[in-house]
Design a protein around this ligand. Structure first.
Ligand code: ADP
Ligand code: ADP
Length: 236
């Protein structure tokens, strides 16, 4: 069974106005549990719009989006927020860590947001996640005291601490040098494999896309490629 099922998704901005524009034209694909998928495409092709729809931050104009079989289109904003906090983790190009808080405090934020408090069990989980991303020694550091690559590792720990089935990553290595990019990408691969978490990674880096299980390519709001990669054990 699919984890995410996107069917015939259309998105129009400025509906009813002279500048109305359709930027996604009937996009369909499924993502299975545990898949590591790259989303590529030129600037303006609709990647951010698609990611915002997948992330339940923006609604589509028409089409269907199911997570674990449940339709997202017809539920209200409050239910969407709950789905977002339960089913999805987010990693951004700029880490979006809170600068005044330590790495550990940053990783406890999703629990605070979802449950309104941080239990000792959640604190333990946050510590374990930071250990898992190799930052057990840096839990009490603030983001400003960490390198760019380490900041993204904290962001990955934060995205995964509540064990969502799916993590959406928007150019997670876009702001890093090659060595740090490789390291952060390797970490995502390892975390995805160990925990069977699905990842959708928007990237401009063809090297990183080639190391995913599957590549989706958007051009002018249409899916022009959906290719399973040989390196991941596919048949081609
Ligand atoms: P990408 O992330 O691939 O660069 P975007 O999803 O940001 O693409 O943009 C796709 C198209 O939608 C572009 O033509 C962009 O100008 C347009 N667009 C994006 N957001 C809006 C918006 N809020 N209002 C109107 N047009 C938008
Ligand atoms: P990125 O491609 O790095 O994700 P953005 O999502 O900020 O960058 O913007 C992508 C494109 O969408 C840009 O061309 C931008 O001008 C356009 N865009 C973003 N928001 C709007 C908007 N509200 N109205 C029109 N165009 C927009």
């Amino acid at each position: 069974p699919a984890l995410l099922e996107l069917t015939a998704v259309c998105k129009r901005y400025n509906v009813g106005q002279p500048n109305e524009a359709e930027v996604l034209h009937g996009v369909s694909f499924n993502i299975a549990p545990g898949e590591l998928v790259a989303l590529i495409g030129p600037s303006g092709s609709g990647k951010s719009t698609l990611l915002n729809i997948l992330g339940l931050l923006e609604r589509m104009t028409s089409g269907s989006y199911r997570i674990e079989g449940q339709e997202m289109v017809d539920i209200d904003d409050e239910a969407l927020t709950l789905q977002r906090r339960t089913k999805l983790g987010f990693v951004f190009q700029f880490h979006h860590l809170l600068p005044a808080f330590t790495a550990l405090e940053n990783v406890t934020l999703p629990a605070l947001m979802r449950e309104g408090r941080v239990t000792s069990r959640q604190l333990e989980r946050a510590r374990a996640m930071l250990d898992a991303v190799g930052l057990g020694h840096a839990m009490d550091k603030r983001p400003g005291e960490l390198s760019g690559g380490m900041q993204q590792r904290v962001a990955i720990a934060r995205a995964m601490v509540l064990e969502p089935p799916m993590v959406l990553a928007d150019e997670p290595t876009g702001n890093l040098d090659t060595a740090s990019s490789d390291e952060v990408f390797a970490l995502m691969r390892r975390m995805h494999a160990e925990r069977n978490t699905s990842f959708l990674v928007v990237t401009h880096d063809p090297r990183l896309a080639a190391r995913c299980d599957r590549v989706l390519e958007l051009v002018d709001g249409r899916l022009v490629r959906d290719q399973v990669s040989g390196a991941a054990g596919g048949s081609s």
